[in-house]
Design a protein around this ligand. Structure first.
Ligand code: SAM
Ligand code: SF4
Length: 365
């Protein structure tokens, strides 16, 4: 075990109580941070992204094949287990939880999980509970999300052209997503739009998207496509380096680098002409692994210490092995001690294989 990592075996955790269909009755609180998570490179891990389902009501062309095999429901962690897992991380110093997927809002009774986790916001142990969504279910859930202490959400939207939106998402309906964004803003949620830059598909829409998002008081973040999982298209044909997008935008707008950061990987600029913020997530052209503070948990309880590597730890076995969290904590400690320095994503015309066999929908964005 590297120095700086110390497992305290007698850390006590109050087990979560069962969730009811109408909401959690769980009122378990976690003990003060006893043993924070620090990786071998001295990076504090205080942010988890939790994929609550691998299923989705869209089939975005860069994310999934149209004909996807999803996990059998019996393999998934229950909502109670997800709560217990998240709470164990909170007890180890996690300050931010992002729920993702697949589409997190299609998991049955996901609001019960969210309401349950909000107790950690109330106790002050957790600073932020948020989610990344495709927006399709926001009309239904925006109000409840806001009432549960969620302050801001990311909505993925790659085009404002209904036909193109349909072509990219295969199954999505732009009007429904726009109604969802309206509902989120009306409920008081801050919305950030995520847009994956796709060569020859939505690149010409980027200025329009900036002006639309900023006109509605929303940040926009552009994302480079990552070579994760087999899809029906060639990655190389989709990949648009954001270094090139940024250079093109500088011909049109005045970009001012900002020190502003969320706990994610985006680097932000302000666009003087709109007064809004534009983020760049550039895993391909410029990786920011040196400041990585996060790990990802899948809906089966597999912990990935890096989005771009295959190494993983099975937390489900540790969760199910006993009612207490001692084994779970040992498994988390061992996994964090293996967090790699960074990813080595590669997109090249000559390389057909994806860098990871799993799709983004397994670990979430
Ligand atoms: N379904 C939700 C959504 O679309 O926002 C959450 C899960 S989705 C996997 C999370 C984010 O990952 C989205 O912003 C999506 O655009 C992005 N994404 C998916 N596959 C990607 C890929 N291969 N490269 C880059 N971003 C990807
Ligand atoms: Fe679903 Fe999100 Fe993947 Fe699109 S990017 S297929 S909405 S999980």
């Amino acid at each position: 075990m590297p120095s700086g990592l110390r497992y305290i075996p007698d850390m006590t955790f109050v087990p979560a109580l069962p969730l009811t269909p109408s909401g959690p009755v769980a009122k378990a609180v976690v003990a003060p941070v006893a043993s924070p998570l620090v990786d071998p490179f001295g990076r504090h891990v205080n942010y988890i992204r939790v994929s609550v389902t691998d299923r989705c009501d869209f089939r975005c062309v860069y994310c999934m094949a149209e004909d996807m095999d999803f996990l059998p429901k019996r393999d998934l962690l229950t909502l109670e287990e997800l709560d217990r897992l998240c709470s164990a991380f909170v007890a180890r110093g996690t300050k931010k939880i992002r729920l993702t997927g697949g589409e997190p809002l299609v998991r049955r009774n996901v609001m019960g999980l969210i309401r349950g986790l909000s107790r950690h916001l109330e106790s002050g142990a957790l600073e932020e509970l948020t989610l990344t969504t495709n927006g399709s279910q926001l009309v239904k859930f925006a109000g409840e999300l806001a009432a549960s202490g969620v302050k801001r959400i990311n909505v993925s939207m790659d085009s404002r052209d209904p036909d193109k939106f349909k072509a990219i998402t295969r199954w999505g309906d732009l009007a429904q997503v726009l109604r969802g964004i309206d509902a989120a803003q009306s409920a008081g949620l801050a919305v950030k739009i995520n847009m994956v830059a796709l060569k020859g598909v939505n690149d010409a829409e980027i200025p329009g998207m900036i002006e639309w998002a900023h006109g509605r008081g929303m940040d926009l973040t552009l994302i480079e496509v990552m070579p994760m999982g087999e899809i029906d298209a060639a990655r190389f044909d989709q990949y648009l380096p954001l270094s090139q997008v940024r250079a093109d935008l500088m011909d049109r707008y005045t970009l001012k680098d900002l020190a502003y950061k969320t706990s994610g990987p985006a680097r932000y600029v302000e666009i003087a002409e709109t007064g809004g913020r534009l983020g760049f997530i550039t895993p391909m052209t410029h990786n920011f692994c040196e400041s990585c503070n996060r790990v990802r948990v899948t809906c089966t309880g597999t912990l990935y210490m890096c989005l771009g590597q295959e190494d993983a730890a099975d937390l489900r076995a540790a969760l199910r092995a006993s009612d207490g969290d001692t084994l779970l904590n040992e498994a988390i400690t061992e996994a964090i001690a293996r967090k790699p320095k960074g990813h080595d994503f590669l997109i090249d015309r000559a390389v057909e294989r994806p860098s990871t066999s799993r799709h983004m929908s397994v670990t979430g964005g």
